[in-house]
Design a protein around this ligand. Structure first.
Ligand code: MG
Length: 168
């Protein structure tokens, strides 16, 4: 019997002018030049996935691991953080993804046309096949506060993983 672990993560960032809109490691074209604002590249989806991974092993959260007070993380590539976390968890407990299901909450830009590119990107980052990666998108139907108005983007992620039986 495999040693299964589940984890969930959530993140939200406000939109700001003159920022790239990077989701799941994919740069999404925007009409107004606005993208998620933050200390790093503000990839809310990758941040949610990292928290889900850390949660699956009960080893804290992204804010503790990569504090936004760390000057070396300014405009940091979030996919590099994800790679670091995978390597660390893999070395520690033999962590391997079973499947990942995420939701992006964004009124603007429209995410639907980019879902498969994001799935492909996440499957490469997690070293797994694309059929194990689900990405859904929700507009917020104009009623999710800043997200519904297009002034913020949120993401949630649920991940199932296996870890070494001998470790835990
Ligand atoms: Mg974040």
């Amino acid at each position: 019997m495999e040693n299964l672990r589940i984890g969930q993560g959530y993140d939200v960032h406000p939109m700001a002018p003159n920022r790239p809109c990077i989701l799941g490691g994919v740069t999404i074209p925007t009409e107004d030049g606005r993208g998620p604002d933050g200390h790093s590249d503000a990839d809310v989806l990758i941040h949610a996935v990292i928290d889900a991974m850390l949660g699956s092993c009960a080893v804290g959260d992204i804010g503790t691991l990569f504090p936004d007070t760390d000057p070396s993380l300014e405009n940091a590539d979030s996919t590099e953080m994800l790679r670091e976390v995978i390597d660390a968890l893999n070395a520690e407990v033999g962590w391997k993804v079973v499947n990942l299901d995420c939701t992006i909450f964004a009124a603007r830009p429209k995410i639907g046309p980019h879902v498969n590119a994001i799935r492909l990107s996440l499957s490469k980052l997690l070293n797994t096949s694309i059929d194990r990666i689900s990405v859904q998108s929700k507009s917020g139907n104009r009623c999710l506060g800043m997200i519904g108005q297009g002034d913020a983007i949120g993401a949630s992620a649920t991940i199932l993983a296996t870890i070494n039986e001998r470790t835990y």
